[in-house]
Design a protein around this ligand. Structure first.
Ligand code: BES
Ligand code: ZN
Ligand code: ZN
Length: 464
């Protein structure tokens, strides 16, 4: 898709018109005949009038994103080559609708669907610096979201830790970021035994990816982003039932989101020092696999009793969080992104990320950034009683809770054991298990990866 701003009255094959609040203002007769009401995701194409009408239930950014995406998908089912959208406001939402709604993943289709490249114009009276900036930023962010979708959608045997590291190197080169790839030998030296145990039964060696962006002028804040990069989660010896195992290529979504965010920070010229750290690991079975009853010692010396090898993400994150805090001093914000628990999906639904941590103000700020950026998120509060459920009889802590309830929160509380005192108020955990992977298309998200976390994080950073 070619997406452009224009002040000219370009002649296009189609015009996209949003019907807001179900108020039909033009072509009333024909739309009535077609029983078009202007509901969300309702769309009609009138070839003779060269118009696409699409419902937009209210004026919110989210409704605009969904409406534009619906219209673009309609256009893609035709041979019409171009469309114009008359801009009123919400440039970011229009761009999101176009770019995110247009995404298809056809890497593995031997016969690709023939969708001719469309020219989409956003028409305004005048293009000033601010609107151009808003447009450019939204385009960059959407392209990165789509890159993350490509990564996550890629099959696990085509996207294993070494490939993830290669992609990180590409992103680093393209954006002049510092990049370190740490291999198993080095991780052993620095005692990242929890992460190494998870990857031990895999034929793919684990990798730790560390990217760093430093602005040209002195950075105002230092932000550290840590991602769960489980390129496949079979559950390990606590093997997942088949129905739950498929889609687990998406367990790398947190790590991929971190790569996607690092792909934009320099393009946006943010006055922040940003670190992206990803634990890229595959959780498999075999004679060499770690097992329930093992006791692992994490990088910070804490011992962990393993009772379920499917609670592996928290082990990888524990070591990566320790690594981050040992390597990077004077952190202002420490966030981790992970498809950590099924419990989070059960608790808040498949569209919403769960935000957890000790600092409820910070958690709320993240929720606000999510909403402003078009993502859904909510906070899940800690309490003293849930904290007791991850105690172990034989080690410092157990990798699963003794209760079946509150699993998203107990997982976050496990992670809290690996946050240094000075960072306790600076850390938030973002469980993207629900929205990261879409099994039934919604809004502008087709089947498969959504790129959750990227827009949320960039919005937070832009607000600083
Ligand atoms: N990767 C899964 C969590 C998950 C589930 C992500 C569904 C996306 C969709 C994680 O590693 C896991 O298996 N967690 C277990 C934890 C349990 C063993 C305490 C879970 O959620 O069942
Ligand atoms: Zn698991
Ligand atoms: Zn997992």
């Amino acid at each position: 898709m070619n997406l452009n701003l224009t002040t000219k009255n370009i002649h296009t094959d189609m015009e996209i018109l949003l019907v807001k609040n179900k108020k039909i203002k033009s072509d009333k007769e024909i739309l009535k005949q077609l029983k078009f009401k202007g509901n969300d995701e309702e769309c009609v194409l009138l070839p003779e009038l060269k118009k696409i009408y699409v419902g937009c239930e209210d004026e919110s950014h989210d409704s605009i994103r969904i409406a534009i995406a619906t219209a673009i998908k309609k256009l893609n089912t035709t041979n019409f080559k171009s469309a114009i959208i008359k801009y009123k406001d919400n440039m970011g939402a229009i761009v999101d609708g176009c770019k995110l709604g247009n995404y298809i993943f056809d890497k593995y289709k031997s016969k690709k669907e023939e969708v001719e490249e469309k020219n989409i114009y956003i028409k305004l009276d005048k293009i000033d610096k601010n609107i151009q900036k808003e447009f450019d930023e939204a385009v960059f962010i959407c392209e990165s979201v789509n890159l993350v979708r490509d990564f996550v959608n890629t099959a696990p045997d085509d996207f294993y830790p070494a490939i993830m590291a290669q992609e990180a190197i590409k992103i680093a080169k393209a954006n002049e970021l510092e990049c370190k790839i740490l291999d198993e030998e080095y991780l052993e030296k620095i005692n990242m035994n929890a992460m190494l145990a998870v990857g031990r039964a895999s034929r793919h060696k684990s990798k730790l990816i560390h990217l760093r962006y430093e602005p040209k002028k002195k950075a105002k804040k230092k932000i550290v982003l840590v991602g769960k990069g489980l390129t496949y989660d079979s559950g390990g010896l606590s093997l997942k039932p088949s129905d739950f195992m498929s889609t687990m290529k998406s367990d790398k979504s947190g790590g991929c989101a971190v790569l996607g965010i690092m792909n934009i920070v320099s393009k946006l010229n943010l006055p922040l020092e940003v670190h992206g750290i990803v634990g890229a690991v595959e959780n498999m079975i075999g004679g060499d696999a770690y097992k329930p009853d093992d006791v692992l010692t994490a990088k910070n010396g804490k011992t962990i009793e393993i009772r379920n090898t499917d609670a592996e993400g928290r082990l990888v994150l524990a070591d990566c969080l320790c690594y981050a805090q040992d390597e990077i001093k004077d952190i202002d914000y420490l966030f981790d992104f992970a498809t950590l628990t099924g419990a989070c999906v059960v608790g808040v639904g498949e569209y919403t990320s769960g935000i957890m941590g000790n600092n409820s103000m910070l958690n709320y700020e993240i929720v606000q950034s999510a909403i402003d950026s078009g993502e859904y998120a909510t906070t899940l509060p800690f309490n003293r009683f849930l904290k007791k459920t991850i105690k172990s009889e034989i080690a410092d802590i157990c990798n699963i809770s003794s209760t079946r309830y509150g699993g998203a929160i107990t997982a976050a509380m496990f992670l809290e054991n690996f946050i240094k005192d000075e960072n306790k108020q600076k850390w938030s955990h973002i469980d993207i298990a629900g929205p990261a992977y879409v099994e039934k298309a919604w809004g502008y998200n087709p089947y498969g990866a959504s790129g959750a976390g990227v827009r949320l994080a960039l919005q937070f950073m832009k607000n600083l």
